[in-house]
Design a protein around this ligand. Structure first.
Ligand code: SAM
Length: 292
């Protein structure tokens, strides 16, 4: 790959997906993009870049998809889900007792393990949530992962990563060599394609946002910009969960760390005495919570 091709791809990815590649990632680009070039009948990266410059949207979309890292697994890192069960939900059950509704957003939901882990946590709390309207929105830049998430079909390897065996037995059905998460849990999660670089204010305001293991790929200014917009999409008494390698500290004060709960944040101006209620602007329909 020529240096100008590399620079073109670097800028293209930064502008379109936020991915901030350092100057020495040629091997990564080549290993991920050569298969796309070959599939399109092109001899190499230079010809792929020429197609992109000529305005080929299908090629551009494939390049963005190929460069996303979709690594995820059920109950990834465990701790955020402990926070969800032990800190977030007890507060929400109290703070939203009048309204009896909760809005959760997985802002980079990948193939579904994160939103479905949250859905299973909530299902385990069915008694406390009886009569509540529960909404989990899973978004991602990649249409491929959204399709997989919607299907809720996982390999043996995927269900062996992080998923407690009792939950596998309770919420999954074996279909051939795959395991499918139950229709009831699937119905709790809605899906939508969304690029975090773009305006997301139309989604409304959420009680809980999980935005994990995606901001690590972005540069500092992009992170700060996204934190500012996430803060506007978070209830004043809401919560933000970030990945283990991500933090707001040193970047912005629109969120502040939740004491003694690593990876958990609250709006910077959170005041425990305030009791503002949620109001989804053009909010998508809440998932049916049959039996809750
Ligand atoms: C490493 S996965 C993390 C999945 C999950 N949150 C977790 O922690 O297990 C990162 C996800 O971010 C998505 N992503 C990358 N850039 C994005 C963007 N600009 N907007 C929205 N999603 C993006 C990728 O497609 C990928 O599915």
């Amino acid at each position: 790959m020529t240096p100008p091709d590399y620079e073109y791809l670097r800028k293209f990815l930064k502008d379109n997906s936020g991915l901030d590649l350092s100057a020495d990632k040629q091997y990564l680009i080549e290993s991920r993009l050569l298969p796309i070039a070959r599939k399109a009948g092109l001899p190499g990266i230079t010809e792929l870049v020429l197609k992109m410059k000529a305005g080929s949207t299908p090629i551009a979309n494939q390049v963005i998809e190929a460069m996303t890292t979709n690594e995820t697994f059920f109950f990834r890192d465990k701790v955020p889900f402990d926070h969800f069960r032990d800190a977030i939900m007890p507060e929400i059950l109290q703070a939203r007792a009048g309204r009896r509704s909760i809005r959760i957003w997985c802002a980079a939901g990948s193939t579904g393990q994160e939103p479905y882990s949250l859905a299973m946590c909530l299902k385990e709390m069915s008694a406390a949530l009886a009569g509540w309207r529960v909404e989990i929105l899973a978004t991602d830049l990649s249409l491929e992962v959204i399709e997989k998430s919607k299907a809720g079909l996982y390999s043996q390897f995927e269900v062996q990563r992080g998923l407690p065996i009792q939950m596998l037995v309770k919420y999954f059905k074996q279909t051939g060599e795959f395991w499918q998460i139950s229709a009831e849990i699937r119905a709790m999660v809605q899906h939508r394609q969304l690029n975090l670089l773009h305006d997301f204010s139309q989604l409304g305001v959420f009680d809980v946002i999980f935005c994990r293991n995606v901001l690590i790929y972005f540069d500092q200014d992009t992170k700060i910009n996204i934190f500012r917009r996430l803060a506007k999409s978070t209830e004043s008494d809401g919560f933000l969960a970030l990945g283990a390698a991500e933090t707001v500290v040193g970047l912005t004060d629109v969120f502040k760390p939740y004491p003694e709960r690593r990876g958990l944040y609250r709006p910077g101006n959170f005041n425990p005495a305030s009791t503002k209620t949620a109001s989804g602007v053009n909010a998508p329909k809440a998932a049916a919570m049959a039996g809750m």
